[in-house]
Write a protein that binds this ligand. Structure first.
Ligand code: BES
Ligand code: ZN
Ligand code: ZN
Length: 484
């Protein structure tokens, strides 16, 4: 889909569908030259998400769609995101090849943020994954034109890029596990790095991992024919950076549980176990086009977790890059093993000022927070607070979970230094998972986002939802990077 922008003061271009956004209680203001049958506007109240489609009787648009935004007081970014998605969804339904979104309401200081949200919604709402279906027709929608004032369009341009990055993360996630293997994530990372002059990528293969003593990571891929990789993406800003931030994303392209095999019921969903990695790749796709002040490093340890004769067994002892030995009491708690070595690598080779990992780490976080929020914990309240604030602004909500001494205590080993699961009945599975990870970050300010609930299966919000992946983390972390 080609996306362009125009000021509302400019003449309208020809379009198949013109979408006009309107507030509740105020008269619909049609742009100059647009004509609709008189009855078409009657009884349209402008309630939030109310829609009215009509053929135009004259002017540059074939059809006109009115979308209500609701009461002025309740219009926020989420309203615009949802209404943007309604617009492109209706454009597809009406087989429109071009759609224009017309936003001509005085919203003052909020203009730029609302422009970003509208473009995000429009682009995310147009996300499809139909190319695996032989009978599915390709979408007719080829062009999106957004009309707003200068500030609104500045936000919309940014929103379009961030939404495309979100859609990339979703495509990587929704692609079946046999087509999105660790090596495929590596190819995707290389493609992303090529797209921006400020980006570069290093790939650490299993031989290099062995040299770095990353036995925790290597123990996870041992049961699979597919080799593991550690992807290291680097963004360098044009001007000298003020801060170095490292993002680490769990990249299990399939998690069968290993020898501690998962039940078969929903095992197919474990293609989503690379959602953290997908979000990191998405952030770098956006960094290819939008500059931020910080130097950003993205690490994606990627592997499959399968059972075979060589697979790591319950009770085996492995040693992470920092020398800590770990009893692998449950091979299904593998995310923390691959993250352990990635965090050690970050600390030793990158030495960031702050480090954030995101991972579909525990089923427990789904019980605690459901599918709408990500859990956050860490060793630095500033990083945690900044993420919670970024969650509020981006709409990808984040909720704090505790990391207490008792959780750290639970992860101490009997045979080795650590164990990878807590004792039966200890509960607080997300916190004990976070406590395990804290052993590999030392004193670097760090936060861990558990996205096992928010990565897929969220409620329908027009621009995302349902059984598919959400791409969670891309909008959140990009917002965080823009503020830091
Ligand atoms: N990938 C899973 C976590 C998960 C479960 C994500 C359900 C989304 C939905 C992770 O590797 C895992 O299996 N964790 C175990 C840890 C346990 C063995 C301590 C879990 O949560 O059951
Ligand atoms: Zn697992
Ligand atoms: Zn997993």
């Amino acid at each position: 889909m080609k996306i362009s922008f125009k000021n509302t003061t400019q003449a309208l271009s020809k379009t198949d569908l013109l979408v006009i956004f309107s507030r509740q209680g105020s008269k619909v203001k049609l742009p100059q030259g647009v004509q609709v049958p008189p009855l078409a506007l009657k009884s349209f109240e402008g309630k939030e998400r109310e829609m009215r489609l009509t053929d135009a009787t004259g002017g540059p648009a074939a059809r006109v769609l009115l979308i209500g935004l609701g009461d002025s007081k309740t219009i926020d970014c989420e309203t615009l995101r949802r209404c943007g998605a309604l617009a492109t969804k209706k454009a597809e339904k009406t087989h429109s090849a071009s759609v224009s979104l017309y936003f001509d309401l005085a919203v003052g200081k909020q203009s730029e943020a609302l422009g970003q949200a509208l473009a995000e919604g429009a682009v995310m709402g147009a996300y499809r994954l139909t190319h695996f279906q032989s009978t599915a027709k390709p979408t007719a929608l080829k062009r999106l034109l957004i009309y707003g004032n200068k500030e609104f369009n500045r936000g919309a341009k940014r929103g379009q890029i961030i939404a495309q990055a979100n859609c990339l993360a979703r495509r990587l996630k929704d692609t079946p596990g046999n087509l999105m293997r660790p090596r495929d994530l590596v190819s995707e990372a290389k493609k992303i790095a090529k797209a921006g002059s400020s980006l570069s990528v290093k790939i650490i293969d299993e031989k290099a991992m062995a040299r770095l003593n990353m036995d925790a990571l290597l123990s996870v891929s041992r049961g699979s024919c597919e080799p593991a990789y550690l992807i290291h993406l680097i963004y360098k800003p044009k001007n000298k950076s003020t801060r170095k931030i490292c993002l680490v994303g769990k990249g299990l392209t399939f998690d069968a549980g290993g020898i501690s095999l998962k039940p078969s019921g929903k095992m197919d969903e474990m293609k989503y176990d690379m959602s953290g990695g997908a979000a990191v790749l998405g952030v770098f796709k956006a960094l290819a086009e939008i500059d931020v002040d910080a130097e950003v490093h993205g690490l994606v340890p990627t592997s499959e977790n399968l059972p075979d004769g060589k697979a790591v067994k319950p009770g085996d002892l492995v040693t992470a890059m920092n020398g800590l030995s770990i009893e692998v009491l449950n091979t299904d708690a593998e995310g923390r093993l691959i993250l352990a070595d990635a965090l050690c690598y970050a600390k030793e080779k990158i030495k960031p000022d702050a480090m954030i990992d995101l991972a579909t780490l525990t089923g427990a976080v789904v019980v605690a927070l459901g599918h709408e929020l990500s859990g956050v914990m860490g060793n630095d309240q500033n990083v945690i607070d900044d993420l919670i604030a970024a969650g509020k602004r981006s709409g990808e909500l984040v909720w704090p979970l505790p990391l207490h001494d008792v959780h750290h205590e639970e992860m101490k080993g009997k045979v080795g230094d650590l164990r990878n699961i807590s004792s039966p009945g200890a509960g607080a599975g997300s916190s004990t998972g976070g406590a395990f990870l804290s052993n590999f970050v030392d004193n670097i300010p760090w936060a861990h986002l558990d996205i096992a609930g928010s990565a897929w299966g969220a409620a329908d919000r027009d621009y995302q939802g349902g059984a598919k992946g959400t791409g969670v983390g891309v909008r959140l972390l990009f917002d965080y990077l823009q503020q830091s």
